[in-house]
Design a protein around this ligand. Sequence first.
Ligand code: PMP
Length: 376
Amino acid sequence: MEKRLLLTPGPTMVPPEVAAAEAQPIIHHRAPEFIPILDRVQEGLQYLFQTKNPVVVLASSGTGAMEAALTGVCSPGEKAITVEGGKFGGRWGEIADAYGIKKVPVDIEWGEAVQPEKIKELLEQNPETKAVCITQCETSTGVLTDVKAIADVVSKTDALLLVDAVSSLGAEEMRTDEWNVDVVVTGSQKAIMLPPGLAFVCVNQRAQERIQKSTSPGYYFSLKTYLKSLAKSSTPYTPAVSLILALDKALEMIKKEGIENIWARHARLSRAIQAGCKAIGLELFSKQPSHVVTPIKVPEGVDGAAIPKILRDELGVTIAGGQAHLKGKIFRIATLGYAADFDVTTGICALEIALRKLGYKFDEGAGIKAALKALT
Ligand code: PMP
């Protein structure tokens, strides 16, 4: 018998209630019964994003939402500051390149976070900047960016702040309206506890005005079209009906638990993972760690690629390895979305078993003990 546990920063585990909602018979998306569902989902999304502004739902992965957001607010030839401190920050720059948006890349060392002063300085040097693109949790490094502090800087200028919260929305504090964040994007397969396939873009008034003026090419991902339909409780194209039904259930669960309790749960679980790892002599990778994913340095003399492999193939626990130049140098454990206490202890226990097999010397059981202590 195979029992699997998914401790990756996306896709994440889906609650049985959500999977059951997804399996309901298809409703026709133009039928009257679909309208209240779309309205309820919109309300639930606004709660999740902590906003009163519209949240566009796209049938795509998170990258589609990033593309829709950047091309929505910037036209070809306009300038965007793109913070690139990891695999996903780099994606903002790649999208800019693909659409002829002039990027001002900010190279941050992987593992570190961009500081608000740096953004302030760049905006002063480039006053014609139309957008500042950041990543709330850079999933490749586990680093958390201080969105509130950066929003404070950007909202005083004509530039719009675009936040990639694909891995962090619903795990880390995000107060979209209160912090004056113009655009927030996320995906379904992380803290929202859905399968992959939906992406979301929340746009405030400033961003909506800019979207109306954008001359970017593109058709399916044009936010203008989605906003027009959303105002009529509709969608321009066939929505991913089953995923929307699942989303309705997931948002009901989110509302019931309470967004602040969910942020606190993510903090508590990731602190327990960190404590468990430190207790067996492992070192954390991030200088400004998030509660989304915990990247851990592979200890000296241990085969880095073998750690996730043994966990997955022999113990049924999937964690993530390192990406790009961090391949084999770090591994990443996440308790994102549908995760609770015993996911932490099982994960740390499996890690201890794998490390023992790989000949790493440590105080066996110390990781589990420390994780349990952090949980109580
Ligand atoms: N940004 C971040 C921070 C992510 O973690 C991811 C996915 N891991 C993406 C963007 C891209 O999302 P997707 O793979 O859903 O397109």
